[in-house]
Design a protein around this ligand. Structure first.
Ligand code: FES
Length: 327
């Protein structure tokens, strides 16, 4: 352990100043091969640290988790290998059998300084070494900070912002059959997708919606959502604004008097949304209401989108509007 600590001090500080006293350790020739191997391992560690950041950024990579683990593990292994080589091959050492010196001996500190200075004599490319240590430490530090990006997307925000809903697009069920307004009954809820979507594109955050029908007298949509309902039918993004689970429960019919109104519920952490009030949050950890899709009924009775959502779909992150309770 002492050797590795000495090696680290030598790499970071170098010799510092000229020797003033006679040598303590025997001289040893430089070992260019070991030196080159240690520097190469340090730069390999830096490269793997950069690799970790790149793999983290490109979330479309297959087996991303395994690649992240491999990059970080190999980077640490490379640093360990470099330190072993420095300790075994580059630090000048000498084994002495002698009684332990008394504490606080006035010459002891001077001796330690000499040891540090002479131990690093075999390292001839100090600047390169320092660069390697700095690169490896710096990139590993950055790699350790990279997971903070998970607080929200940084590189691929398009996936979070785009939706396939456009004006005039019909609503279809899981079998691609277009919904008629008459299909939607009270006390039940329905999942819908944009007409023309494929099985794969239905996995996109902006594709699935939930549909419910409420008595028109119960609708209390805020002014900015006026005209979003069609004959009492309302449509919201099916993706919970908390952490992105699917809204898959509908609290209807009710068990009076405990539950005052129908509600859409996310089973992950029980965020509860009010479909009559523009998808506002009634309960749970969701930070903002559900984005709403404006609906229309065409001449043949089919449900169509009148446009896209009024707000960004998906879980809430630093790029979305944060819902605040009204005082
Ligand atoms: S993801 Fe819906 S409540 Fe947490």
């Amino acid at each position: 352990m002492r050797k590795y600590l000495t090696a680290a001090i030598v790499l970071l500080l170098g010799r510092g100043h000229a020797r003033r006293t006679p040598r303590v350790l025997p001289t040893a020739p430089p070992n260019p091969g070991a030196e080159a191997a240690a520097v190469a391992l340090l730069f390999l560690a830096a490269l793997l640290g950069v690799g970790f950041i790149v793999v983290y950024a490109v979330s479309s990579l297959p087996d991303q988790t395994q690649l992240l683990g491999a990059a970080l593990g190999l980077s640490l292994l490379s640093i360990a290998g470099a330190l072993i080589i420095v300790g075994k091959k580059l630090v000048v050492t000498e084994e002495l059998v002698e009684p332990y010196p008394p504490d606080e001996h006035p010459g002891e500190q001077e001796l330690v300084v000499e040891l540090v200075e002479e131990s690093g004599e075999r390292i001839t490319r100090r600047r390169l070494f320092k660069l390697g240590v700095g690169a490896a430490g710096g990139t590993l530090g950055l790699a350790a900070l990279t997971p903070a990006l998970s607080f929200g997307p940084l590189f691929q925000t398009k996936y979070f912002r785009g939706t396939p809903w456009r004006k005039g697009r019909r609503l279809v069920d899981e079998g691609s059959r277009p919904y008629r307004a008459s299909d939607i009954e009270e006390n039940d809820f329905y999942t819908a997708f944009p007409e023309g979507s494929t099985l794969q594109s239905r996995e996109d955050l902006g594709a699935p919606i939930v549909l419910v029908r409420l008595p028109k007298s119960r609708l209390r949509l805020p002014p900015e959502l006026a005209g979003y309902a069609a004959d009492g039918i309302v449509a919201y993004s099916k993706i919970c604004t908390h952490a992105g689970c699917a809204i898959s429960m509908y609290r209807a019919p009710l068990f009076q008097p405990d539950e005052p109104r129908p509600a859409l519920v996310c089973p992950c952490h029980y965020s509860t949304f009010d479909p009559a009030d523009g998808g506002s949050v009634l309960f749970g950890p969701a930070g903002r209401r559900l984005p709403m899709l404006p609906l229309a009924i065409d001449a043949k009775g089919y449900l169509r989108a009148k446009g896209t959502f009024d707000d960004q779909v998906g879980p809430t992150w630093w790029g979305t509007h944060i819902w605040r309770p009204t005082p």
